[in-house]
Design a protein around this ligand. Structure first.
Ligand SMILES: Cc1cc2nc3c(=O)[nH]c(=O)nc-3n(C[C@H](O)[C@H](O)[C@H](O)COP(=O)(O)O)c2cc1C
Length: 147
């Protein structure tokens, strides 16, 4: 069983609900989880962990405010994160040209840091999807064999 650090970027709360739904499925599958709604990079375990990064996009393709310092610290970190596997759930609205740009950027930063992706970026389009929490649950179940 894996140990998950769930890192959440959210302004209005939608992504928090999605992260909680994903966490419930991970726990049902027998994994351990730690939730970070105000992520502090230095305090998040980087040893043999899977990071589930859930972020909405705001502004014009920007990260939510609560994730800005985490992203800065992640980018400044001078060691490879080769001990980490990761998943990114991007939450956004496809009426924006910069659909889920924060999720895309975060996925690429994790690749640059040498972490191992478990799946391609998973996006949730809030104008197309009626029940984003169940979409996240289905996604986690669909990759359960790789966790
Ligand atoms: C001011 C504003 C700017 C936004 N910009 C983007 C954007 O650039 N790209 C995108 O995919 N979604 C964008 N969105 C949509 C949000 O990502 C979407 O509403 C999401 O559900 C917010 O999740 P949160 O409550 O977790 O912050 C924007 C929403 C607002 C209110």
């Amino acid at each position: 069983m894996a140990s998950f650090q769930i890192i959440v970027g959210s302004m209005l709360g939608n992504t928090e609900y999605i992260a909680e739904a994903a966490e419930t499925v991970l726990q049902e599958l027998g994994h351990t989880t730690a939730m970070h709604f105000q992520p502090e990079f230095s305090q998040i375990d980087k040893t043999k962990q899977t990071w589930l990064l859930c972020t909405s996009t705001h502004g014009a393709g920007d990260f939510p405010e609560n994730l800005e310092k985490f992203i800065h610290d992640l980018q400044s970190y001078d060691q490879p994160l080769a001990d980490l596997s990761f998943i990114v759930i991007g939450v956004g609205d496809s009426s924006y040209d910069t659909f889920c740009q924060a999720g895309k950027t975060l996925y690429n930063i994790m690749l640059e840091k040498k972490a191992t992706p478990i799946s391609p970026l998973f996006t949730i389009d809030m104008i197309e999807i009626d029940d984003p929490e169940s979409e996240a649950e289905k996604f986690i179940r669909s990759i359960s064999d790789q966790l």
